[in-house]
Design a protein. Structure first.
Length: 198
């Protein structure tokens, strides 16, 4: 869902991470407070415009929200039935726009820049026992785990299809869990070898 950094020289790429996260936060608060189809539409146009400005194709922008398709298919009828079409449009539209905007931030911002920013933001909490470096490491590992898990799922799904077991949940879940645990073990060993063991 959330893409990995793609190098570029656009204005969006060159904008500081602080500014991008501030704009994302303001957009999120605005959409949650205003809650109108017009606000969602304007936000969607701005996100698409920023994506095009960053030299991303419409397909790449769509890839950021494509994993939400099943959520949308369930959420739209439920919202429409319980609150009307305007509520459905606002709720689903807000979710899609914010996910696309967050994806745009990660696609156009180096992970190291984001982690450095989080370290600086968390620095005042050091007096309360928070270690910004460890939190930053945790965020880095989490970000790295997403493509690893997606790749594992794709590999297992292909292997299951090749064996003719497309309908077997066990043929999908067991290998995914086993491979994920192996990855976690290797990661833990690497952290211990580097002295991050407590």
């Amino acid at each position: 869902m959330i893409g990995l950094y793609r190098p570029g020289t656009s204005v969006v790429h060159r904008a500081p991470a602080e500014l991008k996260l501030l704009v994302l936060a303001v957009a999120a608060v605005t959409l949650v407070v205003v809650r109108t189809p017009l606000a969602v539409g304007v936000a969607a146009v701005l996100v698409v415009g920023a994506g095009l400005l960053a030299d991303l194709s419409p397909r790449e922008l769509g890839r950021q929200v494509w994993p939400l398709r099943w959520v949308v298919l369930v959420l739209v009828p439920v919202q429409w039935w319980t609150s009307g079409w305007r509520a459905a449009l606002v709720v689903v539209g807000t979710m899609l726009v914010l996910v696309a905007a967050a994806g745009l931030v990660t696609v156009t911002t180096r992970t190291t820049a984001l982690l450095d920013l989080f370290e600086r933001l968390l620095a005042p909490l050091r007096r309360f026992g928070v270690e910004p470096e460890r939190v930053s490491l945790l965020l880095a590992l989490t970000i790295r785990a997403v493509p690893v898990l997606v790749g594992t799922l794709a590999d297992v799904r292909d292997a299951r299809r090749a064996r003719g077991l497309e309908r077997s949940p066990r043929a999908l879940l067991v290998p995914v869990v086993v491979r994920t645990m192996r990855h976690a073990d290797r990661l833990g060993e690497a952290l211990v070898a580097r002295g991050v063991d407590d």
